[in-house]
Structures are given as structure tokens and as C-alpha cells.
Design a protein around this ligand. Sequence first.
Ligand code: LMR
Length: 396
Amino acid sequence: MFEKVTAAPADPILGLTDAFRKDPRTDKINLGVGIYKDEAGQTPVLRCVKKAEARLVQEQTTKNYLSIEGTEAYGRVVQKLLFGADSAVIGANRARTAQAPGGTGALRIAGEFIARQLDTNTIWVSNPTWANHQKVFTTAGLEVKEYGYYDAATKDLDFDAMLADLSQAKAGDVVLLHGCCHNPTGIDPTAEQWAQLARLSAEKGWLPLFDFAYQGFARGVEEDAQGLRVFAEHNSELLIASSFSKNFGLYNERVGAFTLVATDAAVADTAFSQIKGIIRANYSNPPSHGAAVVAMVAEDEALYQDWLAELAEMRDRIQEMRTLFVEKLSALGVDQDFSFIARQNGMFSFSGLSKEQVARLKDEFGIYIVGSGRISVAGITKANIDALCNAIAAVI
Ligand code: LMR
């Protein structure tokens, strides 16, 4: 039977990592997948995570199943980070959170909930968006439509196109928004644009779904939640898929969360009962370890402060690489203006490199970049930046 199965194409991001691993060149550079590298080119376990893990091993008394939605402590911590400690949403008990296997797991829960329980099967995503969004949502049974986002000429947000396209979204349609550090462009709406979008969303009756995977990588944990929080003020219903892969460096522990905000506590409970049904039929109940680490760090003031400092270290190092990258390319006499890279947020930038240039970087220089031209700036270090800039100068 299996001989009838046709081969699936390689994943545009993780497939690239597979190819990178097989590449025998010792000077190869992986700027494909969004993974933070420190100055030594390593993806370290955060110090606050190490401390929490040591404590967990000591204190843990059982490996019993968690409940379908995970622990209360984790849900509390997630909501506080999303909405802020004094949030009206939390005060009115309008949010419900389920521990999910990564941000992707949370997106899939959202997709299935929308497809099965809501009156729409349309979700609007930005053009471009994370390469996996389309697959997650179509697999869940949704129809994916695109709204304009990126202006290739100005290398900036095309807010007019965004508004024009979203004016076609019907009441009840779902609109996916990247909470911060837009993946793949690194371009986020301004505070004023967020407020405008939130007002429009409330007026038109779209259901906003936030993909919030990089909290703390743009300006800070509180600052980066600005877009989501202004939506929470204007919209009585929201869905959020969030992740601690990046900001806690817990990539392989798969620590994400699905959060639903409803008009009141009773509606939230009923809707959440369907979320629990979706989870039970998918993976029954979530893995414990990574979420327990996050909850422990976030609820211990000293560990929490350590985390904020380590997150700032990661953010600042990426920003330093952005500036250095722009300076080095200019010093090499590259005519093309790359100054936009220094203005963008988070792990990624849309370089504007063509498919041919991306292919040459891989074939001739062992430099791996996603086909769209997305660069993971988080993978640039002082040790590889000269080789990278020389190679880019050679292919342009
Ligand atoms: C990325 O966009 O590189 C990350 O979110 C990792 C992934 O799963 O694609």
C-alpha cells in the first residue's frame, strides 16, 4: 500500500535545517530557522531555566498526567504575561488558557475550534506570513485568505493595503495578527496603527487570533504586548496562540499556550469545554516539564528578574548584529540600501534577496536562508558576520 504514497515536499524552514545538518562544509552558516545563537554560536539553556529545573527535580513527587488544559499556575502566568497584571480581562475572569505543545500546537487548537464551532471557515493571514500558517489552518479545515502587509519598495509595512484588504473581511471572519516581531518581515504596526486596527476589528466584528511567539524580543515583555492589549480593550472576544520556545529558549520542550477570551466567565467556560474536547482527541493532555519551568520562573521574583535580564541580553545581541550587518555591507561598498534591517524587530528580517541569490548563498558559500529571503538575524555572530557579508556582497 505504501508504495502508492507520493513524497511530500520538504518543509521550507525545518527542511532547510535537515539539509544544513547534512552539509559537510565546516564553515556553513544556518540563518534559516529562528533559533537564538549566543556570541559563541550556541543555543544555550537560560541560567534561570537551569535553576528552575534543578529545583523541579528536587521537588517533583509524581509524573501523573496533567489535566487536559494543564496546570492552573501555568495558565495564570501566561495570562499575566499576555494581558498584564492589572488586566480587566483577568479581573473579570474572561480568559481560559490551555497548555499546548508549542505555539504550533496552540494554532492547531485554534484552527480546529474555528472550523468546528464558529460560523466562519475563513482566516485572513498577512502576505507574507510564517511558512507553516497556511498548512496548519488548511489542515484544520479552514480557508486561508491573505491581506497585504509588506511593501517591497519601501521595505516597510503597507498599512493602506492591509486596511484595504481587511475591509473585505466579513463579520465573524478570523484575522491572524503577529503580536510582535512579525515573522518573516520583522516589521510591526506602530502603537497608533495597532489602535486603529483594534477599533476597526471591533467595528467590523472580526475575530482576532494573535500568534504571539516572540514576546520580549522587540522592546520588552510589557511593551511587546501593546498590540494585543489594545485589542483586548476593544474586543470582547479574542484567541491567542503563544509560545515560550524563543523567549525562554525552551525550543525542544514544546511550551506553548492557547488562550480564549470571551464576553463573560460563563461563556468562556462553555467555549473552553470544546477546546478540551479538541485537545483530548489530539494529544489527550500536555507535556509537563517546560511549562512547569516557565511557571516556576515567572512566580519566583528573583528568577523572574534573572529571566528578564537574560531576555534583554538576547534582544540586545540581536540588535547589535542588525546594526553591524548594515555597517559591514555598506563598508563593503554594497550599493543596495540595507538600513531597514536595523529598524526591524525580533529574530527575522526580509532581506530582499532573490531566490537565485539565496540559492547561490547556499551552493557557493554554505549559507542557508529561507527561499523567501528571510534571514534569521538571531543566528548572526561576530564570528560569522564577515563571511556572511562578503558572500552577500558577492551574490548581489
Ligand atoms: C521559524 O519560523 O523559523 C520558527 O518559528 C521555527 C519553525 O518552527 O518554523
